[in-house]
Each structure stands twice: as structure tokens, then as C-alpha cells.
Design a protein around this ligand. Structure first.
Ligand code: HQG
Length: 182
């Protein structure tokens, strides 16, 4: 499958499994899981005819491992990044001293006032590597990398989760735990 086709399918899956299941005509069960045949039928109704083999390839090759298939390949879900409300059993985990968040300059004044907010998503997304944060920020322009004093936050009672694809998640990062560049 060429990269363009993979990307089209990945984008459709992100929309269906994270943001617009109702619009696509599927239901997400506990944990965000949905039946593969139902998903493929719904995709087809929306003009995306996807074979089971293509679906499995996209899940396996996805650059960020955004999706997971159940062991029997009967069900699929997005590992994280939902805007619709789903209960995902993210693992509670203890981060190292610092985590990183990539953003852009125009958001800084508001971040200084409110800390990092989850916005439409279910959590604030953080990464253990600076380079990952740079890539996330780059989606919106010149990236600004914020350092989150994660160990201090954890010590103060905030909970962190590590998603199945390695994204660190938390409810809110209060301003006092953020270190700004420069
Ligand atoms: C910013 C993609 C103003 C925040 C990526 C970000 C990531 C504030 C934006 C994943 C703010 C939210 C998540 C505040 C935060 N005032 N702006 N108080 N607090 N922001 O997309 O972290 O391709 O919801 O800095 O690669 O950018 O979807 O979050 O710029 O992994 O798998 O508000 O999404 O992955 O944007 O990205 P997002 P994000 P996928």
C-alpha cells in the first residue's frame, strides 16, 4: 500500500475512533473498542472501502502506533487522543523528573495564566522526549518546548498515565510546574 493510501486510512480511523463515531455510524464500547466488521461497513458507507488486510497494515505500520487490534483481530480501538468520552484503562505510571510539551508562542500567555489545559481531548499530552514534543509543536508552526516538572507534580498528588503508545497523559498541568525556554 502506498504512503498516501495509508495516511488516508489512518486519518479516517482517527476520526471514527477518536472524534466522530456517531457521525461515522459506529459505537465505541468500554475501552474505546469497536467491532472491525461494523467499522469497515461504516467506512464503506462513508465512501472509504477498506479491506481487512489494509486495516491490519495501517495498524501495524502507523508511525505513532495510534491504533490497536484485539488479539483475535475482531475489535479495534485508538490507543489515546479521544475527544469523545470513553473510559480507557491507561496505566497509571510514574514519570521521571521532567516531561515535555510542544506548543507554539501564541499560546504561551494563556498557558502562563491557566497552565496546560486538555482542551477538546481527555488529557494533556506530554512526552518523555524533547524531539517528540518538537514534532507535536511543529504541527502548528515554530515549536516552543515547555518542560513540565513531572516528578514534583506527582509528589504533589497529580496522577500520570502512560498510554499503550507511549504518550504521557495527565488531567491538567498547573502553571507552577512549567519551565519556559529562554
Ligand atoms: C495548547 C497529535 C492556550 C497546547 C500530536 C496545544 C500529539 C493551550 C493545543 C497529540 C493551553 C491543544 C496532542 C492554554 C494547552 N492556553 N493553549 N492554557 N493549554 N494549549 O492537538 O498536545 O496525530 O489537543 O499547547 O502529535 O498539540 O492526534 O494537543 O498546542 O501527540 O495522534 O492547545 O495529538 O497526535 O492541541 O497534541 P491538541 P497537542 P495525533
Amino acid at each position: 500500500m502506498d504512503k498516501k493510501r495509508e495516511k488516508t486510512i489512518s486519518k479516517f480511523l482517527s476520526y471514527a475512533l477518536r472524534h466522530g463515531p456517531d457521525d461515522v455510524g459506529i459505537e465505541l464500547a468500554e475501552g474505546g473498542w469497536t467491532d472491525v466488521p461494523a467499522l469497515l461497513e461504516a467506512a464503506s458507507r462513508k465512501g472509504h472501502t477498506i479491506s481487512v488486510e489494509e486495516l491490519e497494515q495501517v495498524v501495524a505500520n502507523n508511525d505513532k502506533q495510534r491504533f490497536a487490534l484485539s488479539e483475535d483481530c475482531a475489535r479495534i480501538r485508538a490507543n489515546q487522543g479521544h475527544s469523545v468520552s470513553v473510559e480507557i484503562d491507561h496505566t497509571v505510571a510514574t514519570p521521571g523528573e521532567h516531561l515535555f510539551h510542544g506548543t507554539v508562542r501564541k499560546f504561551i500567555p494563556s498557558i502562563r495564566e491557566q497552565g496546560l489545559l486538555k482542551g477538546n481531548r481527555q488529557h494533556v499530552h506530554l512526552s518523555a522526549e524533547r524531539e517528540t514534543a518538537a514534532k507535536v509543536g511543529q504541527r502548528r508552526g515554530k515549536p516552543v518546548i515547555l518542560i513540565v516538572r513531572a516528578a514534583a507534580m506527582r509528589a504533589a498528588g497529580h496522577t500520570f498515565y502512560l498510554s499503550a503508545n507511549g504518550v504521557w497523559l495527565t488531567e491538567h498541568v498547573p502553571e507552577e510546574y512549567i519551565l519556559y525556554p529562554g
